[in-house]
Write a protein that binds this ligand. Structure first.
Ligand code: FE
Ligand code: FE
Length: 392
């Protein structure tokens, strides 16, 4: 019996990860054809603002689809919330003599029993799980497989070695103008032409209220309070130490602008911006967000040199920092959301002796890194040595 694959999702936007995963499944499961099905309204995901319409998502998917793939508008025609059981039953009626395989990722597979009518799905289709093989992932998958098989499910595991990028991350990379390597060219062109995802907007020199909105939309929800409080604290410290308040506020808002990106995406960003990396950053790509953040502040947001420089040194510090650089480093460390032993001392010093506050921050960081057996950045070591030489 020939197999037909079903691959549904919001595809907002469809990207290279989707298409490579799909091609991989076609080969691994010997699918005769694969139906790509954009959802109308997903029960699993909320669609962010500035997103294309469902029809436009389908159009992008058509541009992206490879050989043996076909875009089905079954969920768009049905309208409303797209429940997979309805889709699977409709397709099963269309192909009564084929085996259907519903392709899903690990997260969706693990939460499968919380979907609407899972038993009705399993009656009509096998599950094809695209998994990456991260540490600990396979055990969870095997366990879920057993659970579902006990309920009569048929489950195929398909190892999908493709570097993963989520659509959420991709939308960030689009704003940073670094998404090309993750998108089929035709989809990238279409997105640019239509100006989806806020890509056509000019982000340079935004008024601070607007900058706040954009920054909030680009960081993870859990980081929003941090950047807003960092903005306020930095502005307060600027007032205290005679630095430019607006610069301090802007640097506070933008300092973690790329922090949501994982290590490989940090490296992509540095590469695309033509940045040569030192060995420390090559080995510790997670520390790169200060550098990539400063590049984005410069190239995308058109911030002035002072703001860019402050963001650049906010994680590691450096020798001979200027007042704004010190302020951002310290504000990031002690803004009201921070809670660790010694933070009160740091808060007090921040308003009485900025250099001592900076030194204390650096010392605490280096101590923690040593305890955790992690490498210390040369810049932090130089920053501390400089302060010691200056008699702080
Ligand atoms: Fe940071
Ligand atoms: Fe931060």
């Amino acid at each position: 019996m020939k197999r037909i694959g079903i691959y549904g999702g919001t595809f907002n936007p469809p990207h290279a990860g989707h298409i490579r995963g799909a091609s991989y499944a076609i080969a691994a499961l010997e699918l005769e054809r694969l139906l790509l099905i954009p959802s109308c309204i997903s029960p699993h995901k909320t669609i962010p603002s500035h997103s294309p319409t469902p029809e436009q998502r389908a159009q992008m998917l058509k541009l992206a689809a490879g050989e043996s793939m076909e875009v089905s508008d079954i969920e768009l025609c049905r309208g409303g919330t797209s429940y997979t059981y309805e889709t699977v039953e409709a397709i099963a009626a269309q192909y009564p003599d084929k085996e259907l395989v519903l392709l899903i990722g690990t997260d969706m597979f693990l939460s499968f029993l919380s979907w609407k009518e899972p038993a009705r799905i399993l009656q009509k289709a096998a599950l094809g799980v695209l998994y990456r093989g991260d540490k600990g992932e396979l055990e969870q998958i095997e366990e879920q497989k057993k659970t579902l098989e006990a309920q009569g499910a048929k489950v195929y595991l398909v190892k999908n070695p493709v570097t993963a990028i989520s659509s959420t991350q991709l939308r960030r990379m689009l704003i940073f103008r670094c998404a090309d390597s993750f998108l089929p060219e035709s989809v990238g062109n279409y997105i640019r032409q239509q100006g989806f995802y806020g890509i056509a907007k000019d982000y340079r020199n935004l008024p601070i209220e607007e900058l706040e909105q954009v920054a909030v939309s680009l960081v993870k929800p859990s980081r929003v309070a941090h950047i807003l409080d960092c903005r306020d604290t930095a502005a307060e410290l600027a007032r205290r130490w005679g630095a430019d308040e607006l610069d301090a506020a802007r640097a506070g808002l933008l300092h973690d602008i790329t922090k949501a990106l994982d290590g490989p995406l940090q490296l992509t960003l540095s590469r695309e911006y033509g940045m040569m990396l030192d060995t420390f950053h090559e080995k510790n790509p997670k520390t790169l967000h200060a550098l990539t953040g400063s590049l984005v502040a410069d190239r995308i947001f058109g911030e002035n040199r002072e703001v860019v420089a402050a963001i650049r040194s906010h994680t590691t510090g450096k020798a001979n920092m200027n007042t704004l650089e010190k302020i951002l480093y310290v504000a990031d460390y002690m803004e009201p959301n921070r809670n660790f032993p010694g933070v009160e001392k740091l808060r007090e010093l921040a308003f009485t002796d900025l250099d001592k506050a900076l030194k204390l921050g650096l010392e605490m960081t280096l101590k923690l890194l040593k305890q955790q057996g992690r490498e210390i950045s040369p810049e932090s070591a130089e920053a501390l040595a400089f302060l010691e030489r200056s008699g702080v």
